[in-house]
Structure formats: structure tokens, C-alpha cells
Design a protein around this ligand. Structure first.
Ligand code: MYA
Ligand code: JJ1
Length: 388
């Protein structure tokens, strides 16, 4: 039983299949004067802190909390290691609210022991564009687990989102909660087979030798599509048009404007990479691909400390085939030294995963909406949304 989630305005397991329930907000917005003005109570030894992500010191505290305590795979072999530059990018998009970067400190030592964050986003659900908070980086220090701190943190971020007159949220998790909008599969494309096998990320296939495996995953040395190049600031209007038109077909998708594209998709070293195809004849931008950099710490391996992973972000193919476009993305990722290229089966990703030698991982990612009901769950291919 979900003692906390049963009290929240989210789709409940008992309502699955009940087609009489309407789509849309579960609870109506209330006047701002009715939003609780004081923070929720924490256990007496802890206090709230708003984490100033402009401060290099505070950013390092959040970085270190996550580096040591954030998400691991089911066998505790790898732990996400978001870089400081990545956290700055993820947490300070256009129009962000500093008050949504919420920490918990031990009162006596002032040590940061927990964190949760939100950033504003416009998300389209069918024909409605809804202002939402994207909630991410919920983390409680390993020594403070199972003390019901997470529900208090979720209630506190909800309160602070409400104070900005925003009443919906989107989030993803590796665990099943009431109730997923979609359940997506992680896929992995090996770039550095020897290292992936050495660290236990993958295994040598049946009847495979190391040299056959290395040959299987070989890629060309440079992208093959004529006009394939890195995205530049002058491309923002064209990329925005291309992306908006592509995302319009999905039932739930981000609603990107030029400011969002400038922030989320202009290349930032070791954070996000974006490439496009500029037609050599017309100079139109016809295709686009992007990935973000999220290394994982390799736990307890004597030879390696870090797994360098690229994660597929937003991709659009109109002239080039998806296959050739994403093959070029794999080539540049390999050139940049990534060990593996990861992707979810969202949007049209199914069209290239198997042919480009991605294999299914042991992890799933569940997508959720807060205070917004859908009549039924979506297929991954109906989702046009990637959270970090
Ligand atoms: S997903 C990434 C989450 N982080 C990690 O997995 C890192 C490693 N794990 C931890 O740090 C802790 O285990 C966490 C839980 C902090 C996850 N999302 O305090 P507890 C429920 C939502 O005793 P702990 C991400 O960042 C659980 O079902 N709820 O547990 C998106 C139970 O409730 P119930 C979760 O293990 C986050 C309760 O918490 C999650 O010490 C989106 C137990 O609390 C989870 N990932 O701490 C948050 N895991 O009894 C929701 C457990 O009912 C945002 N629980 O089953 C909602 C929208 C808010 C804004 C709304 C605005 C309008
Ligand atoms: O990375 C993941 N799994 C890997 C490693 C598994 C190690 C043992 N548990 C995996 N490797 C197989 C690769 C193989 C390559 C050749 C082809 C066949 C496949 O499967 C998984 C995803 O699959 N990652 C995780 O489990 C990390 C957590 C995922 C949930 C994330 C929650 C995010 C929170 C968002 O806010």
C-alpha cells in the first residue's frame, strides 16, 4: 500500500480502466491565499535550505550528495554521476525559480543530507499546453533512508510550486508508483565493448569472442551524411521550427519555444551535444539529433572509476533516414570517447534501435504526471518528452 501516494492527486491503481473519469486536472487550483504559507515540518534535527545553484560551493554540495547517494542500477554496480556543469544547466533554465531548489541540512553540522528540485516547463497533453514543474534529483542520504523524509520533501516542493500558481508536474522514476503515464525501456548501444564487459555493464554474447564483439560494434570514423554539423546559435529558429513540428504528433510532449531550444539544445561541452543536417543545396535544416552526457561511477572496480554514457535526447529526421542520422550520432559519440549510447523507446526511437545494434537494458523508466489524469496509459512511442 502507498500510504503517501494514496493521499495525492495522482491516478490511483484502483481507478485503472475506469473510463468514466474525466481527463485533465484531478484537483482544481485554489486561490494563492489558501496555499500554506509556512514550510512543512521536518524531524527536529533537520532544517530546510534553499540551495543557491549560482554559488559554486552550494553546487558542489548538491553534486557531492548526488554523487554519493543518487540512483543506482538494480545490482548496485553503477551510480549516476551528474557533473556540476550539468546540474547548473538542468536546474537554471529560462524562468527558473530559485525557491524550487530545495535542500535539507542537519541542524548541528549543516551538512546537506537531502535534495529535491523543480524547474518550470510547458508540456502539451493532447491539445492543451499546461504549465508544469519538472521534478528531478530527489535524493535522501543513504543513512537517512526509510524515515519518510521523501513525502515531506515532495509536499514541500509541491507547496513552493503552488506558490507560483502552477498546479501540475511531470516526473520520471525507476520505481513503480501510482500510476505511470507510460513505462519505457532503456536500450544500450555498445561503443567500447572491451570496457563495458570488463566493468560488468555487459557480457560477452553466447558464441562470441572479444575480437568478434569489437568488430560487431565498429563504426565509421566520421559522420557520413553530407551537411551534418554541430548546431550553432544561428540555428535556433530553424531547429525550433523543426522540433515543434515533429513534437506536435505526440500525445504528451514538451512545448519548446526559441528560448527553450537555446537553453536545452545549444551544445555545451560535456553536457549536451546537438548536430543537424543542413541541406547542401537549399541550406535548410532538415534533420537534428542530440544527446546529453551522464557518466556513472563504477562502484568497486579496481581498473575503472567512470562509465561515460551518452543519452539520446531529441531527434528529428525529415530528409535523412532515422537510421543514418542516429548512426552519425553514434559515430560522433564514439569519437568523443563515450563508452555507451543509451536511449529510451520514446518518440520514433524504435525505428532505429534494433538495426543500430542497441540491446534492451535491465532498467525501465516510468513517466508520471501530478494532478493530471489521462484516461489510459500511453505507449512509449506516444511520448515526446525526455527528462534528464
Ligand atoms: S526519481 C529519482 C529518485 N531518487 C533516487 O532513486 C535516488 C536514490 N534513492 C533515494 O534517495 C531515496 O530512496 C528516495 C526515497 C529519496 C527516492 N519518487 O523517505 P521514504 C515514495 C516518488 O521513507 P526513502 C526523481 O527524482 C515511496 O513510494 N516517490 O523513502 C523524481 C513511499 O511512498 P508510499 C518515491 O527511500 C522524483 C515514500 O516515498 C520515490 O528514504 C519525483 C517513502 O519515503 C520516487 N523516486 O526516500 C517525486 N521513491 O508509502 C514526486 C520512493 O506512498 C514529485 N518514493 O509508497 C511529485 C510532484 C511534486 C510537484 C507537484 C507540483 C504541482
Ligand atoms: O544501465 C542500466 N543497465 C545496464 C547495466 C546493468 C548492470 C547490472 N544491473 C544494462 N546493461 C546491459 C547492456 C547490454 C549491452 C549489449 C546489448 C544488450 C544490453 O542493462 C539500466 C538501464 O537499463 N540503468 C539503471 O538501472 C539505472 C537506473 C534507471 C532508472 C532511472 C531513474 C531516473 C530518475 C529520473 O529522475
Amino acid at each position: 500500500p502507498h500510504k503517501f501516494w494514496e493521499t495525492q492527486p495522482v491516478g490511483q491503481f484502483k481507478d485503472i480502466g475506469d473510463t468514466s473519469l474525466p481527463e485533465g486536472p484531478i484537483e482544481a487550483a485554489t486561490p494563492l491565499s489558501e496555499v500554506k504559507q509556512e514550510p512543512y515540518n521536518l524531524p527536529a534535527a533537520y532544517e530546510w535550505t534553499t540551495c543557491d545553484m549560482k554559488s559554486d560551493y552550494v553546487c558542489s554540495e548538491v553534486y557531492n550528495l548526488l554523487r554519493n547517494n543518487y540512483v543506482e542500477d538494480d545490482e548496485n554496480m553503477f551510480r549516476f554521476n551528474y557533473s556540476k556543469e550539468f546540474l547548473t544547466w538542468a536546474l537554471r533554465p529560462p524562468g527558473y525559480y530559485p525557491s524550487w531548489h530545495i535542500g535539507v541540512r542537519a541542524k548541528t553540522s549543516k551538512k546537506l543530507v537531502a535534495f529535491i528540485s523543480g524547474v518550470p516547463a510547458r508540456i502539451r497533453v493532447r491539445d492543451d499546453v499546461v504549465k508544469m514543474a519538472e521534478i528531478n534529483f530527489l535524493c535522501v542520504h543513504k543513512k537517512l533512508r526509510s524515515k519518510r523524509l521523501a513525502p515531506v520533501m515532495i509536499k514541500e516542493v509541491t507547496r513552493r510550486v503552488h506558490l507560483e500558481n502552477i498546479w501540475q508536474a511531470a516526473y520520471t522514476a525507476g520505481v513503480v508508483l501510482p500510476t505511470p503515464v507510460a513505462t519505457c525501456q532503456y536500450w544500450h548501444r555498445t561503443l567500447n565493448p572491451k570496457k563495458l564487459i570488463d566493468v560488468g555493464f555487459s557480457r560477452l554474447g553466447a558464441r562470441m569472442t572479444m575480437s568478434r564483439t569489437i568488430k560487431l560494434y565498429k563504426l565509421q570514423d566520421a559522420p557520413v551524411t553530407p551537411g551534418f554539423r554541430k548546431m550553432e546559435p544561428c540555428d535556433v529558429p530553424a531547429v525550433t521550427r523543426l522540433l515543434r513540428s515533429y513534437l506536435s504528433q505526440f500525445l504528451v510532449a514538451t512545448d519548446f519555444d526559441e528560448n527553450d531550444v537555446e537553453h536545452w539544445l545549444l551544445p555545451r561541452e560535456d553536457v549536451v551535444d546537438s548536430y543537424l543536417v543542413e541541406s547542401p543545396e537549399t541550406h535548410d535544416v532538415t534533420d537534428f539529433c542530440s544527446f546529453y552526457t551522464l557518466p556513472s561511477t563504477i562502484l568497486g572496480n579496481p581498473n575503472y572509476t567512470t562509465l561515460k554514457a551518452a543519452y539520446s535526447y531529441y531527434n528529428v529526421a525529415t530528409k535523412t533516414t532515422f537510421l543514418q542520422l542516429m548512426n552519425d550520432a553514434l559515430i560522433v559519440a564514439k569519437q568523443k570517447g563515450f563508452d555507451v549510447f543509451n536511449a529510451l523507446d520514446v518518440m520514433h526511437n524504435e525505428s532505429f534501435l534494433k538495426e543500430l545494434k542497441f540491446g534492451p537494458g535491465d532498467g525501465q523508466l516510468h513517466y508520471y504526471l501530478y494532478n493530471y489524469r489521462l484516461r489510459s496509459a500511453l505507449k512509449p512511442s506516444e511520448l515526446g518528452l525526455v527528462l534528464l
